[in-house]
Design a protein around this ligand. Structure first.
Ligand code: UD1
Length: 418
């Protein structure tokens, strides 16, 4: 296992190119199951999760090729299996995204239940209830969900809470169902817009893109698509927050500022200077940091996937910050590790009260999940002394070349075998 070692206290200066979004790449890869022929996916990030999804597709008989410029070509012409095994699903919950497309293409799917994860129970009841509305017969046995359907039929689905992958699974099933499907209280994350664009390129008929009501008119068949994966807004946000913590001046390129409305607003309140261009964000941090309260919410609210990172930033602010997590029940695993670096944080139910301190100190810390790891990286970049972060495989799931990108802007960061 590898560890990352950071000598803290250096401002970040330069340019960072943002990669394609993990959470867009995964549903887009799953969507290639819907139509035989070569699909072209551009701006594919090089991540452990995207490699896991490709491996999962391979087990079903999908072929794929990598081209030079971050483009991947995928062909699901010869599907040989409709099963996603426990071995792969346990390493990546988003494997559940194959459920909808497999049912639509093959009329049958057997997917291991994802179970809990480091940040909470994360059930899939919305996915199942939604698919049942489209006529799927679902059974649970031996840790697997098994679905069968002769012909998918349109139906109306209402999500109690907007679920991102739940909405995506429904879209991928409904696009080939007979008749009209309506998804009410659909999630509105930009990654869903990217999937809608891909499905429309494939010949799907979907109205309501970007809203909480999606209307899908099923079609008889789809064709392969060419699509570019949107920039990763969570990677973008992580680097913006890192500049806030360390000081300095960075231009993020190949990103989309309109996908981060709440973060940019909050960072301006904190004291960062942010200039937005169409595909770039310029950030500098001239003033001392002010504290700000945060509540995670579905898009366009503050993303839960940036909660751990903004908490690291608040450790360096003047005053008190109340950070409330409303999406996942157990997403404060980074708190204990930040405290080991000298942070003053108290947890009260779903909220954390962060009192800014003069400095954090380097320590040996352990990453517990993907975004918790990113928060420790931010804390370490701004801390006094050396921090060693172990269990780096979490970061590899979602950050493309993190060590390379941070080194390029002046961070003293290296990766070593543990
Ligand atoms: C996706 C993202 C993840 C992000 C999360 C919230 C991907 C691959 N992952 O995860 O990075 O943190 O959105 O923005 O895109 N829920 C249920 N039953 C369900 C489904 C969800 O109760 O069947 C609950 C969840 O426990 C959670 C809330 O709904 O409280 C939202 O979760 P959801 O949007 O489904 O998260 P994911 O799609 O798993």
């Amino acid at each position: 296992m590898d560890k990352i070692i950071i000598e803290g206290g250096r401002p970040l200066v330069g340019r960072i190119k943002i990669s394609g979004a993990k959470n867009a790449a995964l549903p887009l890869l799953a969507a290639t199951l819907l139509a035989p022929g070569w699909h072209t996916l551009k701006n594919m990030p090089d991540l452990r999760d995207t490699r896991t999804m490709l491996l999962l597709l391979e087990t079903m008989g999908v072929e794929w090729q990598k081209e030079d410029n971050g483009t991947i070509r995928v062909n699901s012409a010869k599907l040989a299996s409709f099963e996603a095994s426990y071995d792969l699903v346990k390493t990546m919950r988003a494997s559940i995204l194959v459920l909808g497309p497999l049912l639509a293409r093959m009329g049958e799917a057997r997917v291991s239940l994802p179970g809990g994860c480091a940040i909470g129970a994360r059930p899939i009841d919305f996915h199942m209830q939604g698919l049942e509305k489209l006529g799927v017969d679902l059974t649970l046995a031996n840790g697997y969900v098994h679905g069968r359907v002769k012909e998918l039929k349109g139906g109306t689905v209402y999500f109690d809470i907007p679920s991102v992958t739940g909405t995506e699974n429904m879209l991928m099933a409904a696009v080939l169902a007979k008749g009209t499907t309506v998804i009410k209280n659909a999630a509105r994350e930009p990654e869903i817009g990217n999937l809608v664009d891909m499905l429309v390129n494939m010949g799907g008929c979907i109205e309501g893109r970007g809203t909480d009501k999606l209307v899908i008119q099923g079609v008889a068949e789809l064709r392969p698509a060419e699509i570019s994966i949107i920039p990763d807004r969570i990677e973008t946000g992580t680097y913006l927050i890192a500049v806030g913590a360390t000081g300095g001046e960075v231009t993020l390129t190949n990103c989309n500022p309109s996908h981060l409305p709440s973060l940019l607003e909050k960072l301006r309140i904190v004291g960062l200077e942010i200039k937005e261009r169409e595909t770039e964000i310029h950030v500098s941090c001239p003033a001392p940091l002010r504290s700000v309260d945060i509540k995670t919410l579905p898009f366009p609210g503050f993303p839960t996937d940036l909660q751990a990172q903004i908490m690291a930033l608040m450790c360096f602010s003047k005053g008190l910050s109340l950070i409330t997590e409303t999406i996942f029940e157990n997403r404060f695993m980074h708190v204990a590790e930040l405290k080991r670096m000298g942070a003053d944080i108290r947890i009260d139910g779903h909220s954390a009260i962060v009192k800014g301190v003069d400095r954090l100190y380097g320590a040996r810390v352990m990453a517990t999940d993907l975004r918790a790891s990113a928060s420790l990286i931010i804390a370490a970049l701004a801390a006094e002394g050396t921090t060693e972060i172990s269990r780096v495989y979490h970061l590899d799931r979602g950050y493309d070349d993190l060590v390379g990108k941070l080194s390029m802007v002046g961070a003293m960061i290296r990766r070593e075998k543990e």
